[in-house]
Design a protein around this ligand. Structure first.
Ligand SMILES: N[C@@H](CCOP(=O)(O)O)C(=O)O
Length: 440
């Protein structure tokens, strides 16, 4: 039996063959990749052995090392020729360098016990963000269905990742961006990789609508996280975290919240692992929204919206979006990677929160910049949106939601591509970690 695409709405449950390019079922619900059976726990040892030097690029890859858990192509995963013929990889570089590290300065910043906090820099991916984990699998599927062109909307990182894989595979890539709202370091990557940039007058949500319409009309293949195959690759982020902790589940996994692809993939990974008996305990997910882009927080914390076993009150989401349209109150934060008002994966995100007894909170732009700077002081750079992770942990520790000695894995989603931001931060002596330049 092969994997299938299945509607996430338990009341609908429509199924499609795995080579379908739908991103939603015909009733407009998101889709999951569903695999038959339960993989044996002995694979943990196979994954560990693949980390030993001297293997194939698919063993070096931090994504394809776990290929038995992502085998929607139904290939013999031990057959090197089949792997090479079917799996898309940037020479094994995706996910290879990203695993949890200890960062003493961040522990201090968050007031956590030094041994309790781990930070996983997903910016150490070839295009500089976590997107490469999911893009490797999405582009594998694009190739499986012989797509000639991939299409995305982006605040920058998705376009860099899509452009990189498209260039490597020799396929076209169209990128819809909100004009003037992208960090130059991200935009220049998409140009360098030869992507076609289409500037949209509006924000990311408008750009996503345009790119989805375009993909429907022209047969382009969508590689945003609304694509269920993107979610599959991003499951390897928690896999690598768990592996580092000898598959002892931490108490918390913390992510910045934008389109909620990561929340969704982490939730799906944990649901599957728990169902297969690979982890005894389910870590709680904490999602950190920017104060200025807080759709999830508003709906979850203020309006009480829940997945509700697959029966969410979607009217609350529609009302929220209608209100945003009426007032023109779009998302506003300098952390452009999470400046998103309509998270495409909101329902999968709610499902993940329900399954993991998760929490949602918000942090200000100043708090994110402080978090980003605390990470920098450990010799790791990250972008402003990633600063939401340490800033959110700090807030949740202060509120007593996260205990100082809980085991926490915080995900740092991308590298610093907004070159002037740290310069600006450190030039202002009033900032928490500022080191203003000295004149001689
Ligand atoms: N921050 C994102 C926004 C799109 O997210 P995606 O995960 O749905 O592709 C970006 O980098 O473009």
């Amino acid at each position: 039996m092969n994997a299938v695409l299945k509607c996430i709405d338990p009341g609908c449950g429509l199924e499609y063959p795995i080579d379908s390019t739908l991103v939603e079922c015909e009733r407009g619900h998101l889709l999951d990749v569903k695999y038959p059976g339960s993989p044996p726990e002995s694979l943990k040892e196979v994954f560990r052995c693949r980390r030993d030097p001297g293997g194939s690029i698919f063993n070096e890859s931090g994504v394809w090392r776990f290929r038995e858990l992502l085998n929607f192509c139904s290939i013999d995963t031990e057959d090197a020729e089949q792997c090479a013929a079917h799996l898309v990889s940037l020479d094994g570089a995706e996910g290879r360098q990203s695993k949890p590290y200890r960062m003493g300065r961040v522990s201090k910043f968050t007031e956590m016990e030094p041994d309790s906090l781990w930070l996983q820099p997903e910016g150490y991916n070839p295009s500089g963000s976590f997107k490469d984990n999911g893009m490797a699998t999405a582009v594998t599927h694009a190739r499986m269905v012989s797509a000639g062109k991939i299409v995305c909307a982006s605040t920058g990182n998705t376009s860099a990742s899509a452009g990189m894989f498209a260039a490597n595979e020799g396929i076209e890539c169209d990128v819809y961006i909100p004009a003037g709202q992208i960090a130059p370091g991200k935009l220049s990557q998409a140009y360098q990789f030869g992507a076609q940039i289409i500037e949209v007058d509006g924000n990311f949500d408008d750009a996503l609508r345009r790119s989805l319409d375009e993909a429907r009309g022209s047969g382009g293949y969508t590689v945003n996280s609304i694509n269920p195959f993107r979610i599959e690759g991003q499951k390897t982020i928690p896999y690598r975290a768990l592996e580092q902790l000898d598959w002892e589940a931490p108490d918390w996994i913390v992510y910045p919240g934008g389109a909620l692809g990561n929340t969704s993939s982490c939730g799906k990974a944990l649901m599957e692992l728990h169902e297969w008996g690979w982890i005894g305990k389910i870590p709680r997910i904490a999602v950190i929204n920017a104060e200025g882009a807080r759709t999830l927080s508003d709906l979850y914390n203020d309006r009480g919206l829940r997945w509700n076993g697959g029966k969410p009150d979607t009217g609350l989401i529609e009302d929220h979006y209608a209100e945003m349209d009426r007032t023109g109150a779009g998302p506003r934060t300098r952390a452009t990677a999470i400046q998103i008002g309509r998270p495409a994966n909101i329902l999968k995100g709610l499902r993940a929160l329900e399954y993991t007894d998760g929490v949602v909170t918000t942090v200000s732009d100043t708090e994110m910049l402080d978090g980003m700077s605390a990470v920098g002081l450990n010799g790791f750079d990250c972008e402003m949106a990633s600063g939401a992770t340490p800033a959110g942990i700090k807030k949740l520790v202060k509120e007593g939601v996260i205990k100082r000695d809980d085991t926490v894995v915080g995900i740092l989603t991308g590298r610093q591509k907004d070159a002037m931001l740290p310069v600006e931060y450190h030039s202002d002596p009033s900032n928490m970690f500022a080191r203003p330049p000295r004149a001689r």
